[in-house]
Design a binder for this molecule. Structure first.
Ligand SMILES: Cc1ncc(COP(=O)(O)O)c(C=O)c1O
Length: 374
């Protein structure tokens, strides 16, 4: 258990299916924007219950192109959270847009609907879009944030990079916002064998703009660029073929992730650590346990203890966006006490579908030993 996510085990479990899909692409001689990508886009759009999916090169460009498709430009403000790894900030920086940070709720660790409402009341006209990140595979707060956005007429962009397949009130993530952005980085719940991403939407006009934005701004005519801000950001055929195989397993993997998270929650109950879930979460389709993250003010000591036991951990994320050296000085920084505290307290434990119950128990046992030692 040296790794929080063992991709070797994950891929080995489906090696033959994946190898056959890759071989088919190699034999076809068609490697970019061909039949596999078209089929994956159709299948993933149907999976998310929307009409369109546009494959792109990675999740960060999915966010950037989504903002561009909405018309966000240089100097515009975008609301987002500061505890989600800085990907939204990169997307905004590429455009020259500026972040307006909203603190997260201390329980869900997602954007606080109340604080978003306050921001949109005070500064609503300046905010051109709201990015809601389903952090760690947890969708809590989405419905309330969607309502706040609708009330203020602010376009909602979902960052679903950590929540593929999660369902809220019967609707898949990605279908709640005007646009839903996904990363298929290999560690994600649905991961490629390299980089990949997608934007899903029920708005055909936005889908058309995204298709142009991902390929040099070309519209009806090849080699005629119609849109500023366009580039090459394409999902390739091999990755699409791999994703088509893996999409068939996603719901099963998510179910197993939830069981692991529930086992952690039960195993860690009563210890001086805060866990993200109650014990009923294994039945909650709104949670897909992308990362299992606990909280303790003695995070660094626990991390060192687990390392000594041969247990890998990570920190998601150690530096909030507004403290990143690349964060522009004109950013709107209201106090972000919860986000700042999380950077000090969070610790990510191993969590992936192939992790065995006995391994989960070994991790919780090691946390118990640490707590006993005081
Ligand atoms: C929440 C979130 N958003 C966006 C991204 C960016 O995705 P990518 O690494 O594919 O650019 C990631 C992943 O790395 C992520 O976790």
């Amino acid at each position: 258990m040296k790794l929080i996510n063992d991709l070797g085990r994950h891929t080995a479990a489906h090696k033959d299916e994946i190898a056959a899909a890759v071989a088919k692409v190699i034999e076809s001689g068609w490697f970019v924007l061909g039949p596999e990508t078209a089929a994956f886009e159709q299948e993933f759009a149907a999976y998310c219950s929307v009409s369109a999916c546009v494959g792109v090169a990675n999740g960060t460009e999915a966010l950037e192109l989504a903002l561009r498709a909405l018309g966000v430009g240089a100097g515009d403000r975008v609301a987002g959270v500061a505890n989600a790894g800085g990907y939204g900030l990169h997307a905004m920086r590429a455009i020259g847009a500026l972040p307006s940070y909203v603190d997260v709720d201390d329980t869900s660790l997602n954007m606080s609907p109340e604080l978003l409402d306050r921001l949109l009341k005070s500064d609503g006209r300046a905010i051109r879009a709201v990015i809601f990140t389903h952090l760690y595979g947890n969708t809590a707060g989405l419905e309330a944030v969607a309502q706040v956005c609708a009330r203020h007429g602010a376009p909602l962009v979902e960052d679903c990079a950590q929540a593929h397949g999660a369902v809220v009130a019967g609707k898949k993530v990605g279908s709640w916002g005007v646009l839903g952005c996904f990363s298929f980085y290999p560690t994600k719940n649905l991961g490629a064998l390299g980089d990949g991403g997608a934007v899903v939407t029920a708005d055909e006009g936005l889908a058309g703009r995204l298709r142009q934005l991902r390929q040099y701004g070309w519209g009806k005519s090849k080699y005629v660029s119609e849109l500023p801000g366009a580039r090459n950001s394409r999902l390739d055929e091999i990755q699409s073929a791999v994703l088509r195989v893996k999409l068939r397993h996603l719901d099963g993997w998510n179910a197993r992730r939830r069981v692991i998270a529930q086992r952690y929650a039960q195993g860690l109950a009563g210890l001086p650590v805060r866990v993200p879930l109650d014990h009923t979460a294994a039945a909650d389709p709104g949670y897909v346990a992308h990362l299992y993250v606990l909280r303790t003010p003695r995070r660094d000591a626990l991390r060192a203890h687990l390392k000594n036991q041969g247990i890998g951990t990570d920190i998601h994320y150690p530096v909030p966006d507004h403290k990143q050296p690349s964060c522009p000085s004109e950013s709107a920084i209201t106090p972000l006490p919860v986000s700042e505290n999380l950077a000090i307290e969070v610790l990510t434990l191993p969590c992936y579908p192939e992790l065995a119950d006995i391994e989960v128990d070994a991790v919780t046992g090691a946390v118990h030993a640490w707590a006993r030692a005081g």
